[in-house]
Design a protein around this ligand. Sequence first.
Ligand SMILES: [Zn+2]
Length: 427
Amino acid sequence: MTTLTEQIEIKLEETQDELLQLLEELVRFPTVSPPARNTTEAQLFIQNYLEHLNFKTEKWDVFPGDPNVVGIRKGTDSDRYNSLILNGHIDVAEVGDDSNWTSSPFQLRKENKYVYGRGAADMKGGLACALFSIKLLTELGIELKGDLQFQSVIGEEVGEAGTLSCTEKGYTGDFAIVMDTSHLNIQGQGGVITGWITVKSKQTFHDGLRSKMIHAGGGIKGASAIEKMMKVIQGLQELERHWSITKSYPGFPPGINTINPAVIEGGRHAAFIADECKLWITVHFYPDETYEEVIKEIEDHLYNTALADPWLKENPPEFRWGGKSMIEDRGEIFPSLEINPDHPAVVRLSNHHKKVTNEEAVIGMSTSVNDSGWLGRAGIPAVTYGPGQLEDAHSVDEKVSIHELLDFTKTMACFIADWCNTRKERE
Ligand SMILES: [Zn+2]
């Protein structure tokens, strides 16, 4: 008698060209972001694919021209058996000038042991394999007792959190896998939040008045917002150093919890004293921190910095945190994700990974961020687990190993069949 793993291996052996064809079709949709607003056709394709596999689907615009698609296939005993969410983003990193590419970024090219194309690693490879693993299970007649949910989301590349839109609509499950680029490691992540800090003067002064603002007896209590921003930046550097010394998290090198002054905008014209200055910062934090905590620490520290300056004391910095899109409101949030290696789903996923690859699963932390934090934040135990290497994501001649795609497809098929046929744990 053959085991399910063997059946899946044999079936995939026969049909792997079909898997690569599916990936080729996904890569052909130029769903680059930015500019975004270009995923409708690709999402219709996925919706159609899911419906052929007996999923009930919902599609809604997160932004015009960028719909999410969620499909659910009810299990035969939903109430008592585990449900699973498979999540992936359909948007890909921008290409820009493609003259350095060996061939068209949107035409999948197979060479030696790899396939090349935009999204191969990040993460149309993961999407194609997951869809195909469900197809394999369906064709093998494997019944699932728990619900299987597929989320094809938009906007991940520019912090648009299509996944957040799914959790806001109430989509949930007993476990979730975000199939983003992890080289088949099982990963959690730190978080990222961006913010704008504004220093603003209540009055506007002519450049000619500067001497009266900075010299003895001048009598004008004014300041350049640009110069005051220097104090804010210094304050951020002190806090960053303090964090690097006092905070840590297993799986991360110390000091990756940085505060980057990424963009500065200020002043209006050489004939004026700068009456406004804005700083755009990027903050990285650890998996055991929430962005709310991090925001509070920064604001508290900068209010104290401001108190030590006579002008800033009366004109304290203002803050605008996060945002739902780097394109629409120049801001984003990627919540952090802790993972529990003893969670029954993580244990089972690791076991299937080992059976398929003959290697111990590596459970750790990603150096990057993706949508998994939104699922964790919604109370859904989640991990990132997907094919492709981060070095290849976003790169010229983006590629993914065919072997890795096949391993991922097998592991996913085995895991889905196992997890969705395991009884829910009742507390
Ligand atoms: Zn990605």
